[in-house]
Write a protein that binds this ligand. Structure first.
Ligand code: GDP
Ligand code: MG
Length: 193
């Protein structure tokens, strides 16, 4: 599988608008501004596939990217953007929970966490919903270039101690493009599972 060939397929505002539920998918989720789009761009080795918006919270649709006919990457809308209304938050919750719950082709989730923040309340809310579905979880602690070695290790150990028993965790930096091979290996493993 060649991630470099990944192409944008379509957006969807609900599960019925999504592509046929065949083949396999890995979805990316995380707080708005955590670095989700940047991480996807590094993984597919393309500058602008998952548009990096300077205005956080703009991506309110599920975006489907095709690696090849049978394999897709899915960019879920970010959560926790301060200016999101209660109504929008509810819609977000509904859209995402429907997708996570009913999408047959979903093989696992990549959770993006800003290493400087660690697991926050809404990340825990996501985990409370996702973990009972018993699907694999892989965590990218991104923006790892923003911390010095010791602080980086401290944050990694802390996240690892909280969810290490139910998820795999790794360091990632979109700026330095570090952690990309490890992430791709994990995504490949999930897509082929
Ligand atoms: N230093 C650094 N900045 C990053 C990294 N990843 C993302 N950013 C910056 O963080 C901001 C939000 O990134 P974006 O990918 O749009 O986040 P999203 O809202 O989760 O999709 C942008 O200004 C990015 O340039 C990283 O690994 N290192
Ligand atoms: Mg984004």
């Amino acid at each position: 599988m060649n991630f470099n060939k990944t192409k944008f397929m379509q957006s969807a505002s609900n599960i019925t608008e999504s592509p046929d539920d065949t083949g396999s998918e890995v979805a990316f989720v995380g707080r708005s501004n955590s670095g989700k789009s940047s991480a996807i761009n590094v993984i597919v080795n393309q500058k602008n596939l998952a548009r990096i918006s300077k205005t956080p919270g703009r991506t309110q649709l599920i975006n489907f990217f095709e690696v090849d006919k049978q394999h897709r990457l899915v960019d879920l809308p970010g959560y926790g953007y301060a200016k999101t209304s209660k109504k929008q938050q509810k819609e977000w919750g509904f859209m995402i929970s429907e997708y996570l719950r009913y999408r047959q082709t979903l093989k696992g989730v990549i959770l993006i966490i800003d290493i400087r923040r660690g697991l926050m309340e809404l990340d825990h809310a996501f985990l409370d919903f996702y973990l009972p579905l018993n699907k694999p979880l892989h965590v990218l602690l991104t923006k790892s270039d923003k911390l010095k070695k010791q602080a980086r290790k401290k944050s990694f150990d802390s996240v690892q101690s909280i969810i290490g028993s139910v998820a795999s965790v790794q360091l990632f930096s979109s700026l330095k493009k570090s952690g990309s091979e490890e992430a791709k290996g994990k995504i490949l493993e999930l897509l082929e599972s």
